[in-house]
Write a protein that binds this ligand. Structure first.
Ligand code: HDE
Length: 703
C-alpha cells in the first residue's frame, strides 16, 4: 500500500493491468509540473514586486490554472450519476453447449469485471435516492475482448423503437425552459409523453413500484432487457435474456425515506457500495439465463423482440450459471468511473444481437456518445477501457490523444510490404455475425405483434402483494398530483387498460373519475408471476444491514455492548448514536464510545434501531425531541425496533407501544434489562425481514 491510499487487494488481471497507470506518491517525492520540473513555491504566483501585477511569464501558474479550467468533460446525457467497482465473474459450469464465449466455458476462469451503477435522469450531482430506473452496466474483460452487458434494474423499457429515445429522454429530463425539476419524473412533460405513447405503460408500472427506490445497489436485480442470442461452436443459436440476481435479495427504501435521504445523505447508495467493499462485505450477484429455442420464437403472446415485454420466469425459468463479486473500489473516480465507456457493441464470439429495434439503435448510440464525451476515437486506449487481451491490432491510426505508437510502414489492408500483417482472423477464433436470414421490404412500420401495450402492465400489477400495490397507488398519486389536470385525467383513462381497481384507487386519490372507457379487450385476464414481487425475495441474511443503538447518558452499557456484539457477529454494521459525541456515561459507571450524533445519523440511515435499558438513559431519551423523533420515524418506515428494560418506557412515552397491549409487528420488547441470546436472535430474525409493512405510515405520527 502506498503512503497516500491505494488498495491492498492487488486483484485480478485487469486490476493488475491498471497498475502502470496508477500514480502513487511516495515519502520522498517532491511537487513537479506536468513536465517534471520541481516546484519550489506553490503558494505565490510570480509578480512584479510583492504588491504588483502577476506576470504572464508565470508558466507554473498558467499550467495549473489551464489544467483546472479544462478538468470537466460532458456528463453522460443519461445515467450521469453513477458509482462503480471492480470485481470478477466466474461461471459455475461450462456453457459450451449454449455458447462459444470462452469466459462462459471454464469454471476455473476468473474474468475481471468493472460494474457501474447509475440513476438515469439526474445530473452528476443529483441525489441517489430519486424515483428512477437504475443502470447496471458490466464490462467483462475477457480473453476474447471486452463484453459490455449494459442493463438496468428493471427488465423492460419505456419504448419499443430507438427513434423515440430522444423524445422520451427529453420528456423525463428537467423541462427545457427552466431546468426544473432535477432528477424527478413528477412533472408535466414526462406524463404528457407517457399518455401519448401507451407502449410506456408497462415500464411506468415498474417506475411507480418500489424497484425505483432500491435500498442499495447490492439489493437490486439486473437485467439485460433485450433478447440476445447465444451461439455455440456448431453455429446453433438460441435466444437469451440475461439476469443478475443479488445474493442479499431485492429490497427497497420507502418513499418518505428516499426524499429525506436526498437531503440528509444524497450519496447513500454510492457510499454504501464503497463502504461494503472497504469492509470486505463484497456485493455479489448470480448470473441467470432464460433460454428460448429458436423454434419457440413465436410461441409467446408477446414478441421476443419487444423490449417493453419480459418473459415471466414461470414460463421460462432462470437458469443460474455463475456469480459476480465486486471486491475492489476504484482508485480514482474520474479516471475509472467517469471515463469508463460502455458500448453495447462490445461483444465476444458466442453472443449476438437480435433485431430488437431499441437495441439496434443503441448499437449506434453508445459509440457515438463516447466520441463526444471522451473527446475522440481513441477512448478505448484510456486505461479503464483497455481490454486485457491484445487489441488495436489494426490499421486505425492517429486521432486526438493517440497513445499507441504503431511501428512500421504500412497502415492499410491488404498490404504486401508488411507481409499482409495484421492478418484477418479465422472464423473459428474471431467474431462471426449470426447468419440470420432476412427477407423483407424496407419500410417504416412496426409489427402488429408489438401492439399490446397493457397486458404485461396488468401482469405486473396483479403479481404485486397488497403492500406493493399500495406503494404503486401512492406513487401514481404523488407524481400525477404534480402535473396538469388534463394530463392527470388522460393517465387515469389510460390506467383503465391495466386494472380497474388500480384506476379507481388512483382516481379517488386525485379526486377524478375516468372520462372514457378502456380500449376494447382490456384489461386482459393474465396469470400473475410471483417472481415479480419483491415480497418473495430472499430474507435469509442481515449482512450489511445497518443498526443504530439509540442511547443517552445513563443507558445500560452492558446491554449496548452485548447487542452490538451479537449483531456484528451476524454481519450487521452497528453504530451507537447519542445526542453528543465522545463517551457515553453508561449506568454501570463505565464509558462507551459514541459513533455519531443523532442529527448526523438520522434513523433513515439505518435499517433497525435498538434501545437499551437504564432508567436515567431512558428518561434522557424521552426528554430529547430528536430522540423521540428517531423512534417515530423508524416506526413509520416499518423498520425493526427492539428495546430492553427501561428502553421500553421510551417506546411507550412515544405512544409506539401500550403496556399490556399486543406489540406491533417488528417491535420487540423485553422487560428484562439483559440482552439474552434469544432476544438478540429474535431481533436478528426481524432484521432479516427488512420491513414490517403492516404498520405502514400512521398519519397521526408526526415524523
Ligand atoms: Fe442507454 N445510453 N440507451 N439504455 N444506458 C447510455 O451511453 C441509449 C437503454 C444504459 O454506466 C448513453 O455512455 C439509447 C436501455 C446504461 O456508463 C447513451 C437507447 C438500457 C447506461 C445511451 C438506450 C440502457 C446507458 C449515455 C434506446 C437497459 C449507463 C452515456 C435506443 C438495457 C452506462 C453513455 C454507464 C447509457 C443511449 C436505452 C442502459 C446516450 C439510444 C434499454 C446502464 O449512449
Amino acid at each position: 500500500m502506498s503512503l497516500f491510499g491505494g488498495k491492498t487487494n492487488a486483484g485480478n488481471a485487469k486490476v493488475k493491468a491498471l497498475e502502470p497507470f496508477r500514480v502513487h506518491v511516495q515519502e520522498d517525492d517532491e511537487l513537479t509540473t506536468n513536465q517534471g520540473l520541481k516546484i519550489v513555491d506553490n503558494q505565490n504566483s510570480l509578480r512584479a514586486g510583492p504588491r504588483g501585477p502577476t506576470l504572464l511569464e508565470d508558466f507554473i501558474l498558467r499550467e495549473k490554472i489551464t489544467h483546472f479550467d479544462h478538468e470537466r468533460i460532458p456528463e453522460r446525457v443519461v445515467h450521469a450519476r453513477g458509482a462503480a467497482a471492480h470485481g470478477y465473474f466466474q461461471v459455475y459450469e461450462s456453457l459450451a453447449p449454449l455458447t462459444r464465449a470462452k469466459f462462459l466455458q471454464d469454471p476455473s476462469k476468473i474474468t475481471p469485471v468493472f460494474v457501474r451503477f447509475s440513476t438515469v435522469g439526474g445530473s452528476r450531482g443529483s441525489a441517489d435516492t430519486v424515483r428512477d430506473v437504475r443502470g447496471f452496466a458490466t464490462k467483462f474483460y475477457t480473453e476474447e475482448g471486452n463484453f459490455d452487458l449494459v442493463g438496468n434494474n428493471m427488465p423492460v423499457f419505456f419504448i419499443q423503437d430507438a427513434i423515440k429515445f430522444p423524445d422520451f429522454v427529453h420528456s423525463v429530463k428537467p423541462e427545457p425552459h427552466n431546468e426544473i425539476p432535477q432528477a424527478s419524473s413528477a412533472h408535466d412533460t414526462l406524463w404528457d409523453f407517457v399518455t401519448q405513447q401507451t407502449e410506456t405503460t408497462h415500464m411506468i408500472m415498474w417506475l411507480m413500484s418500489d424497484r425505483a427506490i432500491p435500498r442499495s445497489y447490492a439489493n437490486m436485480e439486473g437485467f439485460g432487457v433485450h433478447t440476445f442470442r447465444l451461439v455455440n461452436e456448431d453455429g446453433k443459436s438460441r435466444f437469451v435474456k440475461f439476469h443478475w440476481k443479488p445474493k442479499l435479495g431485492v429490497h427497497s427504501l420507502v418513499w418518505d425515506e428516499t426524499q429525506k435521504l436526498a437531503g440528509k445523505n444524497s450519496d447513500i447508495n454510492r457510499q454504501d457500495l464503497w463502504e461494503q467493499i472497504e469492509a470486505g462485505a463484497f456485493p455479489e450477484w448470480e448470473l441467470g439465463l432464460q433460454i428460448v429455442e429458436e423454434s419457440d420464437e413465436m410461441k409467446f403472446d408477446f414478441d421476443l423482440l419487444d423490449p417493453t415485454k419480459l418473459i415471466p420466469e414461470e414460463l421460462v425459468p432462470v437458469k443460474i450459471v455463475g456469480k459476480m463479486v465486486l471486491n475492489r473500489n476504484p482508485d480514482n473516480y474520474f479516471a475509472e468511473t467517469e471515463q469508463v465507456a460502455f458500448c453495447v457493441s462490445n461483444i465476444v464470439p458466442g453472443i449476438d444481437f437480435t433485431n430488437d429495434a431499441l437495441m439496434q439503435g443503441r448499437l449506434f448510440s453508445y459509440l457515438d456518445t463516447q466520441l463526444l464525451r471522451l473527446g475522440g476515437p481513441n477512448f478505448h486506449e484510456i486505461p479503464i477501457n483497455q481490454p486485457i487481451c491484445p487489441f488495436r491490432i489494426n490499421n486505425q491510426r492517429d486521432g486526438l490523444h493517440r497513445q499507441a505508437i504503431n511501428v512500421g510502414k504500412t497502415n492499410y489492408d491488404i498490404n504486401s510490404i508488411s507481409k499482409g500483417l495484421p492478418k484477418q482472423s479465422i472464423a473459428k477464433r474471431g467474431y462471426v455475425s449470426y447468419a440470420e436470414r432476412i427477407d423483407a421490404n424496407k419500410i417504416r412500420e412496426r409489427s402488429a405483434t408489438f401492439d399490446d401495450h397493457f397486458s404485461q402492465a396488468t401482469l405486473f400489477w396483479l403479481s404485486m402483494s397488497p403492500v406493493e400495490q399500495d406503494h404503486i397507488v401512492k406513487a401514481f398519486t404523488f407524481e400525477l398530483s404534480k402535473v396538469q389536470e388534463v394530463i392527470r385525467q388522460r393517465m387515469i383513462n389510460q390506467l383503465q387498460n391495466v386494472d380497474n381497481v388500480l384506476t379507481q384507487r388512483v382516481a379517488h386519490n386525485l379526486g377524478l373519475l375516468p372520462t372514457e372507457g378502456p380500449q376494447p379487450g382490456f384489461p386482459k385476464k393474465v396469470t400473475p408471476s410471483p417472481a415479480l414481487s419483491q415480497m418473495n425475495t430472499k430474507k435469509d441474511s442481515v449482512a450489511t444491514r445497518k443498526v443504530a443503538i439509540l442511547a443517552a447518558d445513563g443507558s445500560d452499557g452492558k446491554a449496548i455492548s452485548d447487542m452490538k456484539k451479537a449483531l456484528e457477529a451476524a454481519g450487521c454494521c452497528v453504530k451507537v448514536i447519542a445526542s453528543h459525541m465522545g463517551q457515553l456515561k453508561v449506568s454501570t459507571g463505565s464509558q462507551i464510545e459514541i459513533d455519531g450524533t443523532i442529527p448526523a445519523n438520522p434513523s433513515i440511515l439505518f435499517d433497525a434501531v435498538f434501545i437499551p435499558g437504564g432508567k436515567e438513559g431512558s428518561i434522557n431519551l424521552q426528554n430529547c425531541g430528536a430522540a423521540v423523533h428517531y423512534g417515530l420515524e423508524t416506526y413509520i418506515h416499518c423498520k425493526p425496533i427492539a428495546a430492553v428494560g427501561e428502553g421500553a418506557n421510551y417506546l411507550a412515552a412515544s405512544r409506539l407501544i401500550t403496556k399490556g397491549d399486543t406489540l406491533p409487528s417488528g417491535v420487540l420488547v423485553s422487560e428484562n434489562d439483559v440482552v439474552t441470546n434469544d432476544f438478540a436472535g429474535q431481533f436478528i430474525k426481524n432484521i432479516k425481514q427488512h420491513r414490517f409493512f403492516d404498520r405502514e405510515r400512521i398519519d397521526s405520527i408526526p415524523a
